[in-house]
Design a protein around this ligand. Structure first.
Ligand SMILES: *[C@@H]1O[C@H](CO)[C@@H](O)[C@H](O)[C@H]1NC(C)=O
Ligand SMILES: *[C@@H]1O[C@H](CO)[C@@H](O)[C@H](O)[C@H]1NC(C)=O
Ligand SMILES: *[C@@H]1O[C@H](CO)[C@@H](O)[C@H](O)[C@H]1NC(C)=O
Ligand SMILES: [Zn+2]
Length: 594
């Protein structure tokens, strides 16, 4: 993948002009012989006349070509697309900041023994940057971040396509569905998590994943708007009477989905039976894990259990393309590399590089699809925010640091810190002795992290404090690679925007607010999001639903209380001694995954 050429955007202009220079040089060296030896005046006359005529014709041709070229550049004169049929693929790399790319690129070069000029595929399609703040904070969360994409407007952290006033806002996916497009969501996290939820659900708090599950299958004012969903999060669809459920109530959302027409599949075998996506039965609900699909670093050893991001993306693209072949409209598909964010939250550099590589692979699949697809289309890829405050540098001691960063230790890891933590905590349920724990941990570190130089202190700390084992395992990897992190949360860093076609995505070239990404999506598809907002508000006005306690609440659920929601502008301006307060309040547990 790393060696691939950019598939659509062509070569960078510098390379092209280089080639032109070389061609011109060749012409000078090997071209017309000089005429100095020819003394004949007649010959000179005819030669000059010939050259003059040739120059006039050439100039005319150049002018004509220039005019044609300019017209083709002008969006109002572009090649006519009489049907206006279009496909839009929107890719979200959750929590991936620019440093994630530096980290992963260097790792890829180390692992492949590639030169430092070797790029990731995604590197070759950079077009701009997005500023990510929400209405409530300079540091956004995935909910407010995705609301900026789906609704094209800023809202508070935690908002799933609702405004700061707790009104629903229509989404590009809903508007696309109304306009006759087919729609899809492909993720590696729970399909009820913030990013996918923001495209086809509306709740006041992102934690209401049970309600999101119901809305995604059509139990909300607009009815069903998603034609295809692939991802995890099965536990929110199963009634609480079943073992794998994480619902608070006993609603069977899988059954609800089937009643509204969905074909439901739930494992690798079902997925493989889709045979690449041709002739797939729409609408399609594929939930391949109880919660998140495992990190790629773990999943690649469990390929027979879970499909990968690029496999899901490829099936979705094939299926949607085929299903819209004879229709007037194309499709809108959102594909999320969801767990780059989680690796950032966990401060786990080994997990992160494999998540980014998996995203790069899915990115490549999309480029390949667009190259072969007859319907006009574009892919835009961006992140909702950066996670972890990642740095490809780390000062380990008080003395001035050496300028080093080591991808090597990451290459020997075969498991994520998350997986090792899970296995350790499972092991602890047997109530082993401290010696047995230490032996277990040493084995975990050397086989899972691939580290042989662990210290007795590191092992002892893991024995002593299993509640932070996740962070301890990740930190061992970060220290050895000298990877730095400034937070287990998100940061306010600008994130990159990529596209398959910088010309089609021209409005996103340069530095933009995240809401402008949302504006682009609706404008590219030419859909009316405002009328969806109106419809949602009208139909939802009197709509109440029962919560798990049998209490009537708004269909968008409870409104967050003060403190659950960062409020207003004052969060920016006022520093209220949080440093001390937080220090005292801060627990040691891991509130991961946001
Ligand atoms: C399951 O949900 C029902 C409401 O639908 C509730 O009454 C019951 O207590 C729940 N059971 C468990 C074990 O949570
Ligand atoms: C990675 O594994 C190889 C082969 O076992 C070993 O030679 C190398 O020292 C290891 N690298 C690190 C950083 O542990
Ligand atoms: C149901 O009531 C209990 C007890 O008052 C509360 O803790 C819980 O959060 C409520 N559940 C919902 C979904 O509101
Ligand atoms: Zn996010």
């Amino acid at each position: 993948m790393a060696g691939d050429r950019p598939l659509l955007s062509g070569r960078p202009s510098s390379e092209l002009s280089n080639e032109r220079d070389i061609a011109e040089e060749d012409a000078l060296l090997t071209g017309q012989p000089t005429m100095r030896s020819d003394g004949s005046r007649t010959w000179k006359f005819w030669r000059e006349l010939g050259l003059f005529v040739w120059a006039v014709i050439a100039t005319a041709v150049v002018i004509v070509l220039a005019v044609i070229y300019q017209k083709s550049q002008d969006p109002n004169h572009s090649t006519p697309n009489p049907t206006g049929k279009r496909n839009l693929i929107f890719m979200v790399s959750d929590g991936m900041g620019p440093t994630s790319l530096s980290l992963t690129r260097s790792f890829m070069q180390f692992q492949n023994g590639a030169p430092y000029s070797e790029q990731l595929v995604i590197d070759q399609h950079l077009i701009g940057q997005s500023r990510t703040r929400s209405s409530s904070s300079l540091i956004t969360d995935s909910a407010a971040g995705a609301t900026a994409f789906s609704c094209g407007s800023k809202s508070y952290n935690g908002a799933i396509s609702v405004t700061p006033e707790h009104e629903p806002c229509g989404t590009v996916l809903e508007a696309a569905k109304k306009a006759g497009y087919m729609t899809g969501l492909v993720v590696t996290t729970r399909i009820t998590d913030a990013t996918p939820a923001c495209f086809a659900a509306h709740v006041n708090m992102r934690s209401e994943e049970d309600r999101i599950a119901e809305q995604l299958v059509g139990d909300y004012p607009l009815g069903r708007t998603v034609d295809l969903m692939f991802g995890g999060g099965r536990c929110h669809f199963l009634p609480n009477s079943t073992e794998d459920s994480c619902r608070a109530d006993n609603k069977d959302v899988v059954d609800l989905a089937k009643k509204s027409g969905f074909t439901y599949i739930s494992d690798r075998k079902d997925f493989d039976n889709l045979k690449g996506g041709g002739g797939l039965d729409f609408p399609m609900l594929g939930l391949f894990a109880d919660t998140d699909i495992p990190y790629e670093i773990d999943r690649r050893n469990e390929d027979d259990i879970y499909p990968s991001l690029h496999e899901m993306a490829e099936v979705a693209l094939t299926a949607l393309s085929e299903a819209t072949r004879d229709s007037e409209k194309g499709f809108f598909l959102m594909i999320e590399g969801s767990r780059i964010d989680h690796a950032g939250h966990h401060n786990d550099p080994a997990a992160q590089v494999h998540e980014v590589l998996a995203y790069d692979k899915a990115f490549t699949s999309v480029l390949e699809f667009l190259k072969n697809e007859p319907t006009e289309g574009v892919m835009v890829s961006t992140s909702d925010h950066e996670t972890g405050g990642l740095a490809t540098a780390r000062q380990l001691h008080a003395s001035y640091p050496e300028y080093v960063w080591f991808p090597g230790p990451l290459a020997n890891a075969s498991h994520s810190a998350e997986r090792l933590d899970l296995e350790y905590n499972k092991y602890l349920t047997n109530d082993p002795s401290d010696d047995a724990k230490a032996t277990f941990i040493r084995d975990s570190i050397s086989s899972g992290l691939g580290l042989k130089d662990y210290t007795d202190d590191e092992v002892a700390n893991l024995v002593k404090d299993p509640s932070t084992a996740l962070y301890q395992f990740a930190d061992m990897m970060s220290r050895r690679s000298q990877t730095g992190w400034s937070t287990h949360g998100h940061s306010a860093a600008d994130v990159n925007i990529y596209s398959s076609d910088p010309k089609a995505a021209l409005p996103l070239v340069g530095n933009h607010e995240n809401t402008e990404v949302g504006d682009f999506l609706r404008e590219y598809l030419g859909v009316d999001v405002e009328s969806v907002t109106k419809e949602l508000r009208e139909k939802g006005k009197e709509l109440k639903v029962l919560d798990a306690n049998g209490t009537e609440v708004s269909w968008m659920g409870k409104i967050p209380e003060e403190g659950e929601r960062l409020d207003g502008q004052n969060h920016l301006a006022s520093y209220g001694g949080d440093f001390k307060k937080r220090h005292l309040l801060h627990g040691r547990g891991c509130d991961c995954g946001h």
